[in-house]
Design a protein around this ligand. Structure first.
Ligand code: TXA
Ligand code: MG
Length: 342
């Protein structure tokens, strides 16, 4: 796997982007940075190239991919139509971490949409991603560039850990900004529905469109989620993760109970909780008063603790406001169980 190092030299970057684009046109797969997480790209109109993505990731074939574009004409080339609500959302949030679900006109390869009549599209807010899309001059299908089931990669090193030897190359653009995947919004229904919470929050969307619903499956209803990917176990760290719900004293009691059983404990916590606890193996991910910091640090933290070093990971719970909804959605999926204050 070729790694194009992060370069501060614009001409060298151009060269890397050109090489990567050429590999994509040769039906190979290349990882690239976006503002959310690293994506694993392939020509979205080429079934054979897209098949390489599923193989490299070990991804189930019934889980459709997001198509990345660098201009609106590419959206028109993929969708039956662009409803007015979509145009408003694109004006407000593109390029950015918002994926829109359109009726597909069938131009994307059939394995991109996993046989659905709809297609997911977004314009990433990252100069290297946009440069690569322009150089390849084709929409790119790109899921997160991790092995299926693992936390999404927020650095090129994470991609390398998971996919070295399985993909043609990795464009290193340094750490990603948002840290969690894009919001997936279905605009084919009367009222738009959030299928996956992400970087653009429900509150953000409500500043542009009057009504937004959340897929009831995300709140734990018995229905199957409308976004196929949401039904899989995801983001799992190597050691079992317990999500602790309660105040800081309850967290401290839970830690004491684990230690008294002789367990080696790793902790993922805000700076505030970390300062309160007396423990050496703590990964701090930002302040609990700035949930975007927690989002940014979360996947790196989930990759940090190795099975060989800890028996259990205790993780703080966060408020579900703003980007906290996305943080808690991922933590609930990563968690083996919850420990609640009675
Ligand atoms: O931020 C992101 O969205 C990143 C970067 C690389 O762009 N990509 C990403 O892709 O997270 P992936 O494949 O890991 O997640 C795509 C999600 C899955 O939950 C999938 O089921 C859903 O989008 N999805 C894709 N097409 C869909 C469709 N037509 N209808 C409903 N859900 C769809
Ligand atoms: Mg993913």
């Amino acid at each position: 796997t070729k790694m194009w190092k992060r370069l501060n030299h614009p001409q060298k970057n151009d060269e890397a982007v050109r090489e990567a684009a050429q590999l994509l046109l040769d039906q190979q797969v290349v990882a690239f940075p976006t503002e959310t997480v690293y994506g694993l790209g392939a020509d979205a109109t080429n079934k054979k190239a897209v098949q390489e993505i599923f193989e490299a990731k070990g991804r189930p074939s019934d889980n459709p991919l997001i198509v990345h574009v660098s201009d609106r004409a590419q959206v028109e080339s993929l969708a039956v139509e662009i409803p007015p609500v979509a145009a408003e959302l694109m004006d407000a949030f593109w390029p950015g971490p918002l994926t829109l679900i359109f009726q597909s006109n069938g131009s994307a390869a059939e394995n991109v949409t996993a046989g659905l009549s709809t297609v997911a599209v977004r314009m990433p807010d990252h100069p290297l991603a946009l440069a690569l899309l322009e150089a390849a001059n084709t929409p790119l299908a790109a899921p997160s560039a991790n092995r299926s089931g693992r936390p999404s990669p927020t650095t090129a090193a994470h991609v390398y850990q998971d996919l070295d030897g399985r993909i043609a190359g990795i464009l290193d653009g340094g750490p990603t900004g948002v840290g969690l995947e894009s919001t997936v919004l279905d605009i084919t229904a009367e009222v738009p529905v959030i299928l996956r919470p992400g970087g653009v929050t429900k509150e953000d969307l409500e500043t542009v469109i009057p009504r937004v619903e959340v897929d009831p499956a995300l709140a734990g209803s018995a229905e199957a989620p409308k976004s196929p990917g949401m039904k899989y176990k995801h983001y799992a760290p190597e050691a079992p993760l317990w999500l602790v719900e309660g105040d800081d004293s309850f967290f401290a009691e839970t830690l004491t109970a684990c230690k008294s059983r002789g367990e080696r404990v790793g902790i993922i916590a805000s700076r505030e909780l970390a300062d309160f606890l007396d423990h050496d193996r703590i990964i701090r991910c930002g302040s609990r008063r700035h949930l975007s910091e927690v989002a940014e640090g979360l996947y790196g933290a989930l990759r940090e603790f190795k099975e060989a070093d800890v028996d259990v990971i205790l993780c703080e719970s966060f408020p579900e406001t703003g980007v906290g909804a996305a943080v808690m959605n991922r933590l609930n999926k990563a968690a083996e169980k919850k420990v609640k204050d009675q």
